[in-house]
Unconditional design. Sequence first.
Length: 511
Amino acid sequence: MKIMYLNGALTGQTMELSPSGATIGRESDNTIQLPMGGVSRYHAKIERDAAGNWLIRDLGSTNGTLVDDVPVIGASPLAPGAVITIGDQLLRCVDSNPAPAANPAPAVQPAPQSASVSPQQTTQVQQPAFFFRPQNTTSSVPTNTAPVQKQPAPAPQPQPAPQPQPAPAPSPEVPQHGLFTKKKQDRQRPAGSRKFLSNAIFAFIVVLIAIVGLWLFLKLSEPQQTPSGQQTVKKKVENPFVLYYEKESVEGNKVFRFVLQLEGRREKAQDGKEALLYRMEVTLDEPQNKRRYYELFKDPVPDTLIAKLKQQILDSGFMDLQQEKIAGTSQDNRQHRRIMAGFDNKFCDVKVSNDVSETFNRVETIINETLLDEYDLGVISQNVDRILEDARTFLFVAEEAFRSIDTTPSNLPKAITNYKLALRRYQLFDDPKPAEWKTARDGLAAAEAKLEEIRLEGQKNVRLFYEQREYDKAVAECNRLLAIFPSDSETYRKIRETRIKIEKKMSLRNN
């Protein structure tokens, strides 16, 4: 069996199905990939049953599968000519080996035996690629198409001599009643006059219907007036937002693939009402480093974040990009990035293999800062080489800052922060971990111990100065501690409250 594309960019093209069948979906590893809205990652599968008959099975898709406009529940048989509807894509099933004609024409045509019998003619109609959805209609073509044979005319029979007939009695005139004629017993209008009158009335009714229809159309198109005088415009139906982001690289036996998918689904909210909720799905596959990650986030993405993301993508100019105008996008399939975004009546799908598009890079940065950083996925979306490079950089900065705390104590929070960033990346690796992991772990422990030592010593000094009523020295010690501890820490908040209390005490004493 073959599958023919009835619409879209591949209209008219066909694909021969293998004996094992085919899978249909938005993912690139499907036999028939349909990267468009309304199509699930793995939407449906075409396969054979035990008897060798073709059938299609829905794989739990979000929007379902139709065969000749009938929803597929479980599995549905496929016959040549059947039309499959998946999202906005229409596919026709075409028989690969059509059956031969029942009465094939012989190599040599015999002479006709009778002038009254003509050979049966068969014509083959080429099926167009453009397709309208089928309707359940009954064909009006008669099933019996056998040629009609002429019967010989009967021999003429002698006719008897005509006999005189009596004159018939006059019969009362029966008036003819038409759609637009009036019944009269005494007289009738001439036939031409009645026909002209009926045509004129019919034309008048057609014109009247057209005028009324035009008036209703103009009336419904006008903005409606509210009691306050303000015009109300009907709300435009908008398609939900959908985003697909993919990074893939293949170098020898090293394979890395990261996919983020965000789409809206009609679900029941907490109040029981149906609402459009946006779900995010993340997949990571790096088999040579035994890194596999998948998560379908339980909580929906907030509408405010969706609105911010849509506006940023729209302002970047990404929706106006055209794939064929980006040079070098398909030169290297070993490493590529792809972004597909759609909302309202806009849709754009671009795949690049290098940094030739500044607009594409801008949108990729928006996705990283708005979604990946918000959900702490920035590290997961990187390959192993990039993670190791970042970890070594953070470790170097941390050690440099920790070595300078004797002269610059304010560098201690910087050292702790960079130790944590490096350690988080090293912890992504299975045992045995990289050698730098132990260095980062020991450095973080030493930096945190030093910070705790400074806290205890500073607290002791502030208390001593306060008891000796040396308030100016106590305030100076508080200021020194505030320069060391992070401003969002609980220790910073307590030191600040202590300084305010001492400053009030100094104010009362001076007064």
